[in-house]
Design a binder for this molecule. Structure first.
Ligand code: M6R
Length: 616
């Protein structure tokens, strides 16, 4: 959470910083701020509560000149979202300005020590403690800024991506990282960009250096990029090429990124399977599996670690792998896994699933699994992200940048990769029936067309349904088997963007408690597509009807049973039951979207949330 951006070079920094902040706003939007050093050597710092657009308004008439600057968009951790707690933070003497993404865990101890040395604090943030610690070391030891940063960071426990500028040092930005993402873009001579996410600065360069944990980067307009560690040992500069189309970062005529991303899914599925499913033979090839064939064949157990939507996708992955590969699977919340001393062995495969590739808990779970000797496979979207780099092998989902905070195309991309993974492993292990293999791989290949058709048919219907349910206070989502996680995901979509309370349940669990909630005010969305539990789900629907509940059923075309008991029906194409979660998710995403729009919610930037959760 929090987005940081920096610029040093020949151009005016402000437009670059503001554009970067807009692109990083998905990481947090509680407050925004910039600090720049102008030609006269003045360090100007402007910040305010609210979104980047509010900062832009606030900047009107102010001196925003300078060709070195840092900027921040905040997701509050320590200290309420207000002007004072906004970043950048000045040091006490206002000589140094700092931006920070992460959490300094031992900040109160450091703060107490600084207070004893006469420091006072304006904000309640952990970040202001760090900038003052740097200043304290710099002034008391009489050392350089870089030495002060090195010494300060040795005392810090926690996660950070920081960037610092100093009034008397207008030719340098010092940046450092531990666990929070940071990338440096190399521009023309003496020109560097810095960001939490390469996509935010992609129009200026294709050359990126990912700063590693424990590394400090020195961006100096008169020298090549340098990376050192806390003991001043030089690090290697590994420049990677990254190409991304700017159009992918724009709304492209849609009112919200979320809607654009929902409608992109037919195409993102094509991108996801391209080169992985042969268009004629329907053979599935995943290089991450081919390169580590023996590890997959000898796997005793597979453990998924993930959070949020990626965790829901992993629950679907569990069904896919257990069914198609006959390997036992566990699915863990990364945040729980990392703190409960899990039993791991070298013949376990841990699969880390993360759209952003930066989720702090998932990254920590990866590190723990690797230390325990497990083989770690990543399923990420963001190319070059921390999790993608920390894993032994992996498969990108290739769905392009997902900007809406609510995950949509990443979910279907993750499930698609998991399906291909299960097909590839099951085939290699020889446990997967050839006709089922073919049905599923061919089914995946034809899914994009079916999704295209589905969207055109179902979108107007769901928009109408959303009008009926906009003012419901609670929702239940029900599904069974592989569609139980789909129900969980549908409920999460609704709650995170509309702020309506929604719960997902395995349909048969209703009788064990939740059915007490059913009355005429409680809509239930039921996934009732054909599989071996279909009739049972139909009975569960009757039980809800008998208690006066309203039913919205997602059924397959041609359904003749459930349509008679449901109050409202949404039809999806008939596909194999293991592919159904991908198909069913689209109307559920649209339902959440339209209800949220009807309620006037900020769909792309829902309250209290951030796209990339880089703090635990
Ligand atoms: O980037 P990740 O996939 O690791 O993110 C995990 C969750 O934070 C994320 O899926 C979150 O639940 C989404 N907002 C859901 O739409």
């Amino acid at each position: 959470m929090c987005g940081i951006v920096g610029y040093i070079g020949p151009k005016e920094a402000m437009p670059i910083l503001l554009k970067g902040l807009h692109r990083l706003e998905y990481r947090g939007y509680d407050s925004a701020g910039v600090a720049l050093i102008n030609q006269q050597g003045t360090l100007n710092l402007y910040k305010c509560k609210g979104k980047v657009s509010e900062l832009e308004h606030f900047l009107t008439g102010k001196d925003g000149s300078g060709n070195i600057g840092i900027a921040h968009t905040r997701w509050a951790t320590h200290g309420v979202p207000n002007d004072v707690n906004a970043h950048p933070h000045y040091s006490a003497s206002e000589q140094i300005a700092l931006i920070h993404n992460g959490i300094i865990e031992n900040y109160s101890l450091l703060k107490e020590a600084l207070i004893e040395h006469g420091y006072t604090f304006r904000s309640s943030t952990d970040s202001e403690v760090l900038v003052n610690l740097i200043e304290y070391i710099r002034t008391t030891n009489g050392c350089t800024l870089i030495e002060a940063v090195q010494q300060a960071l040795k005392q810090v426990v926690g996660a950070y991506a920081i960037a610092i500028i100093e009034r008397n040092n207008p030719d340098r930005i010092i940046a450092a990282r531990q666990s929070s993402p940071m990338v440096i873009g190399i521009g023309g001579e003496g020109e560097f960009f810095l960001s939490s996410d390469a996509a935010s600065i992609i129009e200026y360069t294709e050359d990126f250096v990912y700063v590693g944990d424990g590394e400090i980067a020195i961006l100096d307009r008169h020298a090549p990029l340098r990376i050192v560690n806390h003991d001043n040992h030089e690090g290697r500069i590994d420049i990677r090429k990254l190409q991304l189309s700017i159009a992918q970062l724009e709304k492209g005529g849609y009112p919200h990124f979320m809607l654009k991303e929902i409608f992109e899914q037919p195409k993102t599925l094509v991108d996801c399977i391209r080169g992985r499913i042969h268009p004629e033979t329907f053979e599935v090839k995943l290089s991450g599996v081919i390169d580590h064939r023996e590890r997959f064949l000898s796997a005793r157990r597979i453990i998924f670690v993930a959070c949020g939507t990626s965790w829901h996708a992993s629950l679907i992955g569990e069904h896919l792998i257990e069914t198609l590969c006959r390997i036992p699977v566990e699915v863990e919340y990364a945040s729980e896994f990392r703190y409960r001393n899990p039993i791991l062995s070298p013949d376990d495969i841990v699969i880390a699933v993360s759209q952003s590739g930066e989720t702090a808990d998932t990254l920590a779970a990866v590190e723990l699994a690797r230390k325990a000797g497990a083989f770690v496979f990543g399923i990420c979207n963001v190319v070059g992200s921390s999790i993608a780099r920390a894993t032994d092998s992996g498969a990108y989902i290739h769905v392009g940048p997902e900007i809406g905070v609510a995950s949509t195309k990443a979910f279907t991309g993750q499930v698609t990769v998991m399906t291909m993974l299960a097909l590839a492993i099951g085939r290699e292990k020889g446990v997967l029936d050839a006709s089922l293999y073919r049905t599923l791989s061919q089914g995946l290949s034809t899914l994009p067309e079916q999704l295209e058709q589905l969207l055109s048919e179902v979108a107007p219907r769901v928009e109408e349904l959303a009008k009926i349910f906009t003012y419901a206070h609670n929702f239940i989502y029900m599904g069974r088997g592989v569609n139980y996680p789909t129900a969980l995901e549908g409920a999460l979509k609704l709650k995170e963007i509309s702020y309506i309370h929604a719960e997902g349940y395995p349909a048969a669990e209703m009788k064990h408690g939740p059915i007490a909630l059913i009355d005429a005010e409680m809509p239930t969305v039921v996934i009732a597509t054909p599989d071996h539990t279909y009739e049972k789900t139909a009975s569960n629907i009757e039980e809800i009807k008998a208690r006066g509940g309203k039913i919205v059923a997602v059924v397959a075309q041609g359904d003749s049973l459930v349509r008679h008991s449901a109050d409202y029906v949404v039809e999806v194409p008939v596909v194999h039951e293991l592919l159904m979660p991908i198909v069913v998710s689209l109307p559920l995403q649209l339902l959440a979207y339209h209800i949220a729009v009807n309620k006037g919610r900020n769909v792309d930037q829902p309250r209290n949330l951030a796209k990339s959760v880089t703090v635990e």
